[in-house]
Design a binder for this molecule. Structure first.
Ligand code: F0G
Length: 462
């Protein structure tokens, strides 16, 4: 029997990647202050920093780009874009933005503000920053199993409904303008949210008259997990499952840089006409006219095409399987990975990988720097660099110390994944000689993007 799941495409255009020596990478790291965001991408061999904006577009998307209409107002590209999104989500108003965070900024400028509280299964970092910048409070309510990296469960991305109800009663319905569900739940490992959880979140919010919004970046990956794992969905199409997911919501923000398979773009879609009007007024000030919103007409066409390609089950099967394949290889070698693997990335548990590096010396940062040094792989720390803070002069670490190896869509082949797994396993073998890191410079917001670090040797070793 033939079992191998292959890449459901052939390659028409290639882009070389650069091989470097260890000495070269040591210098590059010093010059980047040990912050992988500050490296030149040309110095990276396999770039697993993010799955955002890094997809390879299809020949049909490139063809759609040539057909883009660059009219300032009423562009044909906008109407295609709007039609595809309305058909998929059912929302009445579709507002294009240059990426996901621009949709967040507009939405929270309208509904946020001091005294307001926004619950979410887990806010992504830009979502949290936009909520907090408006003066509102961002509250994460993941189910407890989300924090147990070695425990398998089907829907670790779910919202904790008990905690949500407690928050609503404590805060008062009037202070919660809307509630978010992030699908898949990026910050806890790209874990899916079940249809049952979406439905029950909606039912609970309905009791209090609070609207539900979906952070839809990875909606198709979420829909595929529902098809695989949730009773009653195995014979339903991905489009149908996605439509049901959106049917419980009153609106969504979307970074098209993920599941719309494009390099830039996003949107805000919603039913409430008065909210949409306020959002469009802000859009004109900061993004652009409502029929292009910070994008070129051609980008809108590429998104419209990408949103139909992403629903293809052969694509999703390959996508989810290639991430799982990577995770399985690491798990078999004893590397502590978050299980089960999520939709877009393999997450290493740096806390368990480097138990001798204390949280205040950033084990995730240590591990991600080491993966670059060993094999030219770029990953991202999702731990105390990103979420840790000083409270009254005291260090408060993140709940988990993770390193994310995000897989760009349709970009790397199985041998790139095999190579990456070998590099991680090699670093795991040498884990007792890895230093911790100290921050030498940090900006006031989103410090992980630009902070500077220096290595701190860890004393006695096994
Ligand atoms: N929401 C989630 C769940 C995300 O993962 C991201 C981006 C955004 C919103 C913001 O979208 O980048 O288009 O402004 N995540 C990327 C990542 C950056 O690497 O996970 P954006």
């Amino acid at each position: 029997m033939v079992n191998t799941i292959i890449e459901p495409f052939k390659i028409k255009s290639v882009e070389p990647i650069n091989f470097t020596t260890r000495e070269y990478r040591e210098r590059a790291l010093r010059e980047a202050f040990y912050n992988l965001f500050l490296l030149r991408a040309d110095d990276v061999l396999i770039d697993l920093l993010t799955d955002s904006g890094t997809a390879a577009m299809s020949s049909k998307q490139w063809a759609a780009i040539m057909d883009g209409d660059e009219s300032y107002a009423g562009s044909r590209s906008f109407f295609r874009f709007e039609e595809v999104i309305k058909d998929l989500t059912g929302f009445r108003h579709v507002i294009p933005t240059h990426q996901g965070r621009a949709a967040e900024k507009i939405l929270f400028t309208v509904v946020g503000g001091p005294g307001r509280v926004i619950p979410n299964n887990t806010h992504f970092d830009t979502t949290r920053a936009n909520v907090e910048f408006s003066g509102a409070q961002a509250v994460d309510l993941p189910v407890p199993v989300a924090l147990e990296t070695s425990r398998r469960a089907d829907f670790k991305g779910n919202m904790d409904l008990g905690e949500l109800e407690t928050l609503i009663t404590k805060t008062g319905r009037g202070n919660i303008p809307l509630c978010f569900l992030t699908v898949t739940n990026n910050s806890v490992g790209g874990q899916p949210v079940s249809m049952k959880n979406i439905r029950e979140t909606k039912a609970l919010l309905d009791k209090y008259g609070i609207p539900l919004f979906i952070d839809a970046c990875r909606f198709a990956e979420n829909a595929f997990f529902i098809k695989l794992r949730e009773p009653g969905y195995k014979d339903r199409s991905i489009r149908d499952i996605a439509r049901e997911m959106f049917s419980y919501a009153d609106g969504c923000t979307m970074s098209a840089k993920k599941d719309a398979l494009v390099n830039i773009g996003g949107f805000l879609a919603l039913n409430d006409s008065s909210l949409a009007e306020k959002a469009r007024s802000l859009l004109i000030m900061t993004e652009g006219f409502p029929t292009y919103g910070g994008l070129a007409g051609r980008d809108l066409d590429a998104i419209a095409q990408g949103l139909s390609e992403v629903l293809d089950e052969d694509y999703l099967k390959y996508r989810i399987r290639s991430v799982e394949y990577f995770g399985d290889k690491l798990e078999q070698a004893g590397v502590p990975v978050l299980v089960p693997t999520g939709g877009h990335a393999v997450f290493l548990d740096a806390g368990r990988f480097l138990p001798e590096v204390p949280p205040e010396l950033f084990p995730g940062q240590s591990l991600s720097v080491q993966l670059y040094l060993e094999g030219g792989i770029r990953s991202v720390e999702i731990g105390s660099v990103m979420f840790g803070k000083q409270v009254d002069g005291r260090f408060v670490g993140a709940k988990l110390e993770l390193v994310r190896l995000a897989i760009p869509r349709r970009v790397y082949t199985q041998s790139h994944i095999d190579y990456s797994a070998e590099v991680v396993i090699e670093v795991f073998r040498k884990r007792n000689s890895i230093p911790g890191y100290r921050i030498t410079y940090e900006p006031p917001y989103l410090r992980h993007f630009t902070a500077h670090f220096e290595p701190v040797p860890i004393g006695s070793r096994r």
